[in-house]
Write a protein of this length. Structure first.
Lengths: 149, 149
DNA sequence: CAGTTGTCTTGATCAGTTCAAGATACCCGC
DNA sequence: GCGGGTATCTTGAACTGATCAAGACAACTG
């Protein structure tokens, strides 16, 4: 994996450029890192990027992730108790399943009964723009293994 | 407001004691502070407590909130981009409406269509224990007032 | 190929939260 | 009512995750 062939890289570059951003080695590396681990912390992306671009700084990664987030290229989620996570799946209104044991995160395409969660029973006059659903539970590994502090 | 009469205080004390915790002035003050502002940060609770008990330390407030949270007396929520908020409404599986403009938080009793959100379409083998829904939008005030950075 | 502008590096700073050790106060039993 | 045991509070420090600022550098435009 970690496809570094020209084709894949070009695809990434097109995405970046069409978002109105300049294409740099660091930015390509960040996108590839997020392909490899779809729910990564900034720190983790940093480690992955640095593997291929040793001179890269943590602040650069934060800058890239911030730019991508406001450009809509990546989505930032912040499960309670965890550092911010970044993912490339964007614009498809999916939700997350978080393991309370190990912190593992999985995507959930949607909720049964379609998307009723987009409408609260009483919006209190709010203009509701988005609904975010987080499911908390134990992943298969943590169900098997008793407590791993 | 800020009822300090014996009756109300006694009710709070009973709640604390029945959770297996000792009753102290700081703990009573924290509960009352959460009654006055139902979605408060630790810092905000600290300010409210200190108004009545000048010698109280911030760490004491953190300690009380942590103890209450693990005893199930208060619930801790962490909307993305905000500090942790604490609330007394607990055990009724309600959700939250957060203003992206000013950060105001309101409770939402439940979602239309009952509680379908408790069942993801594909649990991936997880033992799902809870579902947390956060609605993002603009509150009436922020809809009226254009951008207040 | 040079200019302009956006991006990266370096270094410092911040908010929010947690940890540790000792003094203190609550609650139980007598 | 009062002392002992233990949870709680105070003081002080430290830690993580994230952000800001200034200058060096590199990507795209013409």
């Amino acid at each position: 994996m970690t496809s570094t062939d020209a084709t894949a890289t070009d695809t990434l570059a097109v995405g970046i450029r069409s978002a109105g951003l300049k294409v740099t080695a660091q930015r390509l590396a960040v996108l590839q890192a997020l392909d490899d681990s779809p729910h990564a912390t900034a720190e983790r992306v940093f480690a992955a990027v640095r593997a291929g671009l040793p001179g890269t700084s943590l602040q650069a990664v934060y800058g890239v992730l911030t730019a991508f987030t406001s450009a809509g290229l990546v989505r930032r989620i912040e499960p309670a108790g965890s550092a911010a996570l970044f993912e490339r799946r964007v614009g498809d209104n999916h939700h997350h399943l978080v393991c309370t044991g190990c912190g593992a995160v999985h995507d959930v395409d949607c909720v049964v009964g379609e998307a009723p969660c987009l409408t609260p029973s009483d919006a209190r006059g709010f203009a509701v723009a988005a609904a975010e659903v987080t499911f908390w539970g134990l992943c298969p590994s943590c169900r098997a293994a008793p407590a791993t502090p």
